[in-house]
Write a protein that binds this ligand. Structure first.
Ligand SMILES: C[S@@+](CC[C@H](N)C(=O)[O-])C[C@H]1O[C@@H](n2cnc3c(N)ncnc32)[C@H](O)[C@@H]1O
Length: 237
């Protein structure tokens, strides 16, 4: 789980008691040693599925953090990759990694809800961050992605279904989300992170037929083994 260079429990509690943004500012130098960074194994499986199908010219990685998604996207994107995050210290870590790739990778310090891209990308990704999007903002989140994509462009993310009642994962996630909700009632500013917020099949209702030509849900295999993870590929009309 946690690497010896990762945050201590006290540091994690301090981070959880700050706002979502400030929490990541504090965590940034140790983020890559936490399980919160999307695993390269998952990202490689995603890129394999995408890369087999087509090439992409320009991609936008939302909530890019230290750039886990960008590292993977480099394999399938030909021109430009823009990574957006509102935490400067997280982007500083990404800059260390992609400093030499300035011609291909742009790191943008911004709240994703204030983005104003118009039809600039043929791929938008968001890894490991949908839990930070409050339910009442999910429609806007999809709207911003839709505007950023060219016609025929794809929004790609990884999620899963609600774990079954017998699964320990369900009770861990439910417990975590409940603690967060109580924390956010009692302490301001909030730390928004809910594991059970962006799950199949409900999340599919966000993709309206008038705007999206297809939404494919593909089981994500890792090392040829089935996993509970699902790759969702939504294509803009
Ligand atoms: C769990 S990390 C995921 C980072 C990376 N995508 C990965 O998979 O390793 C979530 C990231 O989302 C960023 N984030 C959360 N809400 C955001 C928002 N509204 N605008 C921009 N970045 C945001 C945080 O700063 C953090 O870097």
């Amino acid at each position: 789980m946690f690497h010896k260079n990762g945050p201590t429990l006290i540091e994690l509690i301090k981070q959880g008691l700050s706002s979502t943004q400030k929490g990541y500012d504090l965590l940034a130098p140790k983020f890559d040693f936490t399980p919160f960074r999307t695993s390269p194994i998952i990202l490689d499986a995603v890129m394999r599925q995408l890369g087999e199908k087509r090439k992409y010219d320009d991609a936008l990685d939302l909530c890019t953090g230290t750039g886990a998604g960008i590292s993977a996207l480099l394999k399938i994107v030909q021109n430009n990759i823009v990574g957006v995050d509102w935490s400067e210290p997280m982007l500083d870590e990404a800059k260390k990694r992609f400093g030499l790739l300035r011609h291909k990778v742009d790191l943008v310090h911004q709240d994703i809800f204030s983005l104003e891209y118009r039809e600039q990308f043929d791929l938008v990704t968001c890894f490991g961050a949908e839990g930070h999007i409050e339910r009442h903002r999910q429609k806007d989140f999809i709207g911003i992605i839709h505007s950023s994509l060219r016609s025929g462009g794809e929004f790609v993310f990884v999620t899963g279904e609600m774990p079954s009642l017998l699964s320990p994962a369900l009770w861990i996630f439910l417990g975590f989300d409940l603690v967060m909700r109580v924390r956010n009632i009692l302490i301001k500013p909030p730390f928004v992170m809910y594991y059970l917020n962006f799950l199949l099949p409900n999340v599919l209702n966000l993709f309206k037929k008038e705007k999206w030509s297809s939404v494919k849900v593909v089981p994500l295999e890792i090392w040829n083994q089935p996993t509970p993870l699902r790759l969702v590929i939504a294509t803009k009309k």
